[in-house]
Design a protein around this ligand. Structure first.
Ligand SMILES: *Cc1c(COP(=O)(O)O)cnc(C)c1O
Length: 341
């Protein structure tokens, strides 16, 4: 087997069709045994539940090559558990955790030639998705579903070097109180599209959403959790029922405590406190952490002391340690790295 002839370093974050994907269908109350297929298209009734009422949830994780040439994924068990929570909230039947992990392995193995080489900074991004397939016109859950995992190679996140982001405090909400903000559902992203297009048109990189009930506490952006470092060197991340529990953020809090000896806590963070923070970053699978340089609240600028040219020192340590763990340069906690080959 030989790697595909792709210029890994110049890949962006877009869809490139790979050779194989995993598909399992749910019908008459049970998942079928599932199979690998080369067919990248999904053909559905015009009235399918996913099309009419957005009954769909998804996941995102990466497969990559480590320094010593192993093919691995990072904590896929947590993606399996999270899609289970997401599915339950949208009345979608659960796809079993062991089968989820097995399907991840199958997709990576079958598309081995698309896993970018170590050192390129690129990865094979995996997208599991679970959606209602049969016709639904009266509002109710579908009774047939498809679970699918495909992969697409994506480029290094910090291509031209690290560039801290400028963020706007949004007047839109991404989630309702007691709504679906804590699950990974396409509908949350549909909600966020107008807000992000607006923010980009105004020259911002991202939106900061406040808590939808009181609009006083920090929640997250459209697709990443916040992480702050206080002036006395403590790592703090927002606690809220309406943010998505990022696996990267949870891993970084662990790394802060157990690898860097820092205090780290998840707690409510009033927006009022943000002006006193030393560092700020966005956590998610794609970037691990992208540093935030400036937060703008209706014309009032908060400039993080870490500045607009590099990561803050603690953000950088967190980033280097977690990426070191992922790439096999630093010993991982038990159970974090799933070896595929
Ligand atoms: C996926 C996602 C994240 C990041 O989660 P990871 O598990 O770290 O990739 C954060 N916020 C939202 C809204 C997301 O959908």
């Amino acid at each position: 087997m030989a790697k595909k002839d792709i210029d890994w370093g110049s890949l962006g974050f877009g869809y490139i069709k790979t050779d194989y994907r995993y598909v399992s269908n749910y019908k008459d109350g049970a998942w079928d045994e599932g199979e690998m297929t080369t067919d990248g298209n999904v053909v559905l009734s015009e009235c399918a539940g996913v099309i009419q009422y957005a009954q769909t949830v998804f996941e995102g994780l990466k497969a990559y090559e480590t320094e010593d040439g192993r093919l691995v994924t990072f904590r896929p068990d947590l993606n399996a558990e999270r899609i289970e929570q997401s599915a339950k909230r949208l009345e979608i039947p659960v796809f079993p955790k062991d089968r989820f992990i097995d399907a991840v392995k199958k997709v990576v193995k079958a598309n081995e030639d698309y896993v970018p080489p170590y050192g390129s900074g690129a990865t094979l991004y995996l997208r599991p998705v679970l959606f209602g397939t049969n016709p639904v016109i009266g509002v109710k859950p579908a009774n047939e579903y498809q679970f699918r995992i495909f992969g697409t190679p994506v480029g290094p996140y910090f291509k031209g070097g690290v560039k801290p982001l400028t963020i706007k405090v949004s007047d839109f909400d991404r989630a309702a109180p007691n709504g679906t903000g804590n699950i990974k559902a396409g509908l949350n992203y549909a909600m966020s599209l107008h807000a992000i297009v607006t923010a980009h048109a105004e020259g911002y990189d991202e939106n900061m959403y406040l808590d939808p009930k009181t609009r006083t506490n920090v929640e997250e952006t459209g697709g990443a959790n916040f992480l702050f470092v206080t002036k006395d060197g403590k790592v703090v991340t927002p606690k809220s029922d309406s943010i998505l529990p990022s696996i990267t953020r949870r891993s970084l809090v662990y790394v802060a405590k157990h690898y860097l000896g820092l205090e780290a806590e998840e707690r409510v963070i009033p927006f009022e406190e943000v002006k006193d923070m030393a560092e700020c970053g966005l956590c998610g699978t794609a970037a691990v952490i992208s540093p935030v340089g400036k937060i703008v609240d209706h014309g009032k600028e908060i400039c993080l002391p870490s500045g607009m040219t590099e990561m803050g020192p603690i953000t950088k340590k967190l980033y280097d340690t977690l990426t070191g763990i992922q790439m096999g340069r630093i010993e991982a906690p038990e159970g974090w790295i799933y070896e595929i080959k």
